[in-house]
Design a protein around this ligand. Structure first.
Ligand SMILES: CSC[C@@H](O)[C@@H](O)C(=O)COP(=O)(O)O
Length: 354
């Protein structure tokens, strides 16, 4: 039976299942992830997507293996972990969250190797626990983003808001609650959403398939628009703010997010609508100076030229299908994180937390 759910990740004691987002909204089916290879495949082929969910599922696929493996030494366990993460981070190149969590966990592992008070088995248990903790941390971070973002948009007022969002940044893209959609959820909890507009988000349709599904599920007043209707929307409706997520934020605030984000930011600036990026600290990459250095994933032509099995593009045409674009920091009104709202050119204030 088709039971609706927004739970993207189910995990308990080494058993991992993900809601297969390729099937939504028609079917709500979970897919078991039995090892790191299956985790890589689920991320690469977008059964699970959204930067935080990618990171959590990647890491949990390592926990699944750690659960059933034992190691002869701490060094062996550390090498194993390093190899698994080196492989996992190749699944999709743009979102930085998985790379950052991999770095943190590998660092933690190398500290345990030299800690003589810990046995090989202690190290295995600590690693599993650190990975499992990512689930609750993500939810707490998202709730903080929701509060900071809602307060920023309301700016001390309590007038109902009209919000535009792009792609999917909700429960399905995270452990639960969401980043930009978390801000929308918080505003809705305060009964301050007049309307949410969500874009279809061609070509993968995260907006039409996933965000629309979440908004309807939650009973949030909402309307779907074509990606090409954004300028007309700004002209016709008094949009309070745009909220979007991020796959990677460079040190200068330039932000890679779903293709189409940049043009929305340009239009928002033209129409004087505040444009917010909502993302956890794990999306900020201080090693990258500007958006010019962000690798943009290009997806297969098939995802653009076909809807399901039906070809919609003329036979013989070539397709350019970048999954993300980069919005310059200068077009962003604020970056909403779990530590507060920061100006794109003041991200260094976040360095002590990262
Ligand atoms: C909280 S999700 C933030 C971003 O990952 C999201 O906006 C996005 O661009 C998702 O892209 P996707 O290609 O669906 O993984």
């Amino acid at each position: 039976m088709f039971r609706k759910t927004l739970k993207s990740i189910k995990y308990k004691d080494g058993d991992l299942e993900i809601l297969d987002q390729l099937l939504l909204p028609a079917k709500s089916e979970y897919k078991k992830i039995l090892d790191v290879e299956e985790g890589w495949e689920a991320i690469h082929n977008m059964h699970v997507r959204g930067a935080p969910a990618i990171a959590i599922v990647g890491c949990l696929s390592v926990a699944v293996e750690l659960y059933r493996n034992s190691f002869d030494s701490k060094e062996e366990q550390h090498d194993y972990l390093t190899k698994k993460f080196d492989y996992l981070v190749t699944a999709r190149p743009t979102a930085v969250n998985l790379m950052k969590e991999a770095e943190i966990l590998t660092e933690y592992s190398s500290e345990m190797v030299v800690n003589s008070e810990l046995s090989t088995e202690d190290m295995r248990i600590c690693l599993i626990k650190a990975i499992e903790d990512l689930l609750s941390k993500d939810i707490n971070d998202n709730k903080a983003i929701g509060t900071f973002g809602a307060d920023e948009i309301l700016n001390g007022q309590d007038s109902p808001c009209i919000i535009l969002t792009h792609c999917n940044t909700g429960s399905l893209a995270t452990a639960d609650y969401g980043t930009a959609l978390g801000v929308i959820r918080t505003l809705h909890e305060r009964s301050l959403i007049e309307k949410v507009y969500c874009t279809e988000t061609r070509p993968y349709m995260q907006g039409a398939r996933l965000t629309a599904y979440e908004l309807v599920y939650e009973g949030i007043p909402s309307t779907l628009i074509c990606d090409s209707a954004v300028a007309a929307l700004f002209k016709n409706a008094k949009v309070t703010a745009v909220v979007v997520g991020a796959d990677r934020v460079a040190a200068n605030g330039d932000t890679a997010n779903k293709i189409g984000t940049y043009q929305i930011a340009v239009l928002a600036r033209h129409h004087n609508v505040p444009f917010y990026v909502c993302a956890p600290l794990s999306s900020i990459d201080f090693d990258i100076k500007s958006g010019l250095d962000i690798v943009i994933e290009e997806r297969p032509e098939k995802e653009m030229a076909f809807i399901g099995d039906t070809r919609i593009a003329a036979q013989g045409i070539t397709c350019w299908n970048p999954a993300f674009d980069v919005t310059p920091g200068s077009l962003i009104s604020g970056i909403v994180t779990e530590k507060g709202v920061f100006q794109p050119d003041k991200l260094e204030d976040l360095l002590p937390y990262s």
